[in-house]
Ligand binder design. Structure first.
Ligand code: KG4
Ligand code: ZN
Length: 346
């Protein structure tokens, strides 16, 4: 079954063609970072206008790269929330137009569910196309514990089957990605902050500053809090402004503290709930330390760890196609009247 998917929940315009929910034939992402950079964050109005400009060429390119025509498609999936409502609207309208004109099912997909399904992507076709052959991989299997970490969300979810999700814990304030972005902005490292910090941290000493690992006490369960650690970084820099400080050491220590908490709680959730599989999802799953630490500490605890292929960690439509494929099989198509919902829950 060939699914075209569209993802416009935030600032990336993306379309992908995916076969049977696992084989990615094409994945096109038009990034808007250049347009938002000078504002130090995403400007919703600019994002939706830019989506309108590029959505049709992006869909066309996804079909061309997959060597398919509109007539080959069996269904169209689209992110309908959570996200910026003006951005979501562009993708939802485009998907409705494709569904109506081709008379194929429309599938509304939750963005967070999409991130989880990046773990199901098995990319033999990409490796055939010159990608990394090591990316040929087995996906995650149910039941699993998924750590979802993005710019807007940080949560630990127990997934028993398609659509059977239970949130075990979530952030009480900032999301992990938001903390990366805010720390980077404070240190004037640019936007988005995650990739810059990841890169710089490789040259720093993660033990240089002992930032407190927040919320590890038993009473907080699987919940998180990242606004305190962001403030701790700010306070540390203010206090030590006169002394020479290496930015690399600050970001390495910050990153280490965040990753320690994320990994510890995820592994604990799996062990305490008797679930043998864990996986990782959302933009922060691109983080090299988080990826390696989860693999390491998960394996030490006897768990099977799956991480999404790097190219499907940040927002992309391929993951939406995977989730859409499963949703269609489980629940059937969505109504053509679906509306984008900014605060859609998992
Ligand atoms: O999932 P995503 O692309 O968009 C949302 O749904 O929010 O996640 C974006 C977030 C940003 O906060 C960005 O800084 C973070 O993911 N991010 C990273 C890395 N790459 C992206 N955070 C840490 N390390 C990275 N390598
Ligand atoms: Zn996302």
């Amino acid at each position: 079954m060939l699914v075209l998917a569209i993802e416009t929940s935030c600032d990336d315009t993306s379309a992908a063609v995916v076969n049977n929910g696992v084989e990615v034939l094409s994945s096109v992402i038009a990034s808007q970072t250049e347009f938002h950079k000078k504002y130090g964050g995403i400007v919703p109005e600019i994002a939706s206008r830019r989506h309108i400009e590029v959505i049709n060429p992006v869909i066309k390119e996804a079909l061309e790269r997959a060597d398919k025509d509109f007539g080959d498609l069996d269904a169209v999936a689209v992110t309908c929330g959570p996200g910026l409502v003006g951005s979501l609207l562009v993708g939802v309208c485009a998907a409705k137009a494709v569904s109506y004109s081709l008379d194929i099912p429309l599938i509304g997909v939750n963005h967070l569910e999409g991130h989880m399904y990046a773990n199901f992507i098995n990319s033999p076709s990409l490796s055939k196309r010159g990608g990394n052959p090591n990316e040929e991989r087995e996906g995650v299997s149910f039941p699993f514990i998924c750590l979802i970490v993005s710019g807007g969300h940080t949560m630990i979810v127990e997934a028993k089957g398609y659509g059977k999700y239970r949130t075990l814990g979530q952030t009480r304030d900032d999301a992990a990605g938001e903390a990366f972005d805010k720390v980077a902005r404070f240190l004037k490292l640019g936007f988005p902050g995650g990739p810059v910090i990841d890169r710089l941290a490789k040259e720093g000493d993660p033990k240089a500053i002992d930032f407190k690992r927040p919320m590890l006490e038993e009473e907080y369960g699987y919940d998180f809090s990242f606004s305190g650690i962001k403030t701790a970084v700010v306070n540390y820099v203010m206090r030590n402004a006169q002394r020479g400080m290496r930015t690399q050491d600050i970001v390495a220590s910050f990153q280490r503290a965040v990753v320690d908490v994320l990994v510890e709680k995820t592994v604990k959730a799996a062990v305490e709930n008797g679930i043998g599989n864990i996986c990782l999802a959302g933009g922060v799953s691109a983080n090299s330390l988080l990826r390696s630490e989860l693999m390491l500490r998960g394996a030490e605890a006897g768990l099977r760890v799956t991480i999404p292929p790097f190219e499907y960690t940040t927002d992309n439509a391929a993951m939406i196609a995977c989730a859409g494929f499963h949703r269609l099989k489980a629940d059937g198509p969505s109504q053509l009247s679906i509306k984008p919902v900014a605060g859609l829950k998992l």
